[in-house]
Design a protein around this ligand. Sequence first.
Ligand code: ZN
Length: 80
Amino acid sequence: MTQLSCAEARALANDLLDGGLTTIERSDIFAHIATCATCPSLYRSLLAVRAALMAASPGSPPSTELRRKIAALIDRGPSG
Ligand SMILES: [Zn+2]
């Protein structure tokens, strides 16, 4: 597992929500979100934007499971 910096985690955020990352890359990001104090708010904003976009164009919904997993991490907050 790679220890991501905030910049790296944020750079990969859109790719993650697009479903374009490998399982390993996702694991790295989830691990970062779970422990970072600032990234969860960024991901929360991105999820809100994605939800709005999905509502506007229901033809191609992103992965509900993925969004649910990210939301669960955000709700839990940093575990440190
Ligand atoms: Zn971070």
